[in-house]
Design a protein around this ligand. Structure first.
Ligand SMILES: [Zn+2]
Length: 304
């Protein structure tokens, strides 16, 4: 992903230069200068939507997320802050974010079927029968602290409705040095969930229907995220038999035991995801999916 980085740096320089031009040219040229630097969505380029107005809107939006109950509502998850974007490469556009501090390392990309990103997921997590439009997906670049205590780059494909929420959550986890071993695209495991989970990989989008139904799973929409999957397995009882996914996670089924990387309700990942309106699979009653954070049904049903 190095190429994204230098392209992004070039873009940042171009942006700074454009801002300089904008300041030099005076208020009358505001729209022209901004429009040449930012390929903005028509809705956002109306005359009354000046940079100042945007900033105050953004502040309000951030405040709304910090409700005293700590729980975001559907509209928070639904806030599509990727309307404004910058072209970086064929079919790839950088998402505009408002709540991210380190935008050099925590950023999202909107991509089309012509893009290099799509080529990586086509016929893997993005299968032929995928009912979710590519335009609803975002590629995220994040940093995370690995089990070795070092900084690593992570890649995530998710739904646009949670793209900035995830960037914000992973930025907070990184700053807190929360250990996450791997954040790779599930496509690196040929979109095989069991292989990805067995390798303790944290991931989001993988298109699939829920078994024996025509209902798309939350991961199929890119609206669920799994964290440290080996230490936080999906445990259920099928025909009286205990089923553990991944199969090599049997040692981590008993949650009363003390072991590292265990997600509990006292865990920072739990706190951050639930504060952003996600639900935790560890709270389910019929089965337990300790690695899993998802957008509630009510929100998903309002989106699709
Ligand atoms: Zn999951």
């Amino acid at each position: 992903m190095k190429s994204f980085k230098w392209r992004k740096q070039l873009l940042s320089m171009a942006f700074v230069f454009s801002v300089f031009l904008f300041i030099s040219c005076g208020a009358n040229d505001t729209d022209y200068a901004l429009n040449s630097a930012l390929e903005t969505n028509e809705q956002e380029t109306t005359d009354e939507h000046t940079e100042d107005v945007e900033q105050s809107d953004d502040t309000d939006e951030y405040d709304a997320d910090s409700d005293s109950d700590g729980v975001s509502d559907a509209s928070d998850l639904n806030s599509d802050s990727s309307d404004e974007s910058i072209d970086i490469s064929n079919g790839e556009t950088i998402m505009e974010t408002t709540r991210i501090d380190d935008t050099d390392n925590f950023y999202g990309i909107e991509f089309t079927e012509d893009s290099e990103i799509f080529a990586r997921i086509k016929d893997k997590s993005y299968k032929d029968n995928c009912t979710v439009p590519v335009s609803d997906l975002r590629y995220l670049h994040v940093l995370h602290v690995g089990f070795d205590g070092e900084t690593h780059e992570g890649e995530i494909i998710c739904n646009k409705y949670i793209a900035e929420d995830l960037l914000e959550i992973f930025e907070d986890l990184y700053q807190a040095e929360y250990p996450i071993e791997k954040i790779k695209l599930v496509d690196e495991y040929n979109a095989d969930d069991e292989s990805s989970m067995a390798d303790n990989n944290s991931s989001c989008f993988n298109f699939r229907f829920i078994s024996y139904t025509t209902k798309v799973s939350k991961h199929g929409y890119g609206l669920a995220m799994d964290i440290n999957t080996l230490y936080n397995p999906y445990v259920k009882t099928v025909n009286g038999q205990l089923s553990v996914e991944p199969a090599n996670a049997v040692d981590y089924v008993d949650r009363s035991l003390d072991f590292p990387y265990k997600i509990t309700t006292d865990d920072l990942a739990y706190e951050l995801f639930t504060a952003h309106g996600f639900e935790w699979g560890g709270s389910w009653s019929s089965s337990k999916d300790y690695q899993h954070f998802e957008v509630p049904d009510s929100v998903v049903n309002s989106l699709y």
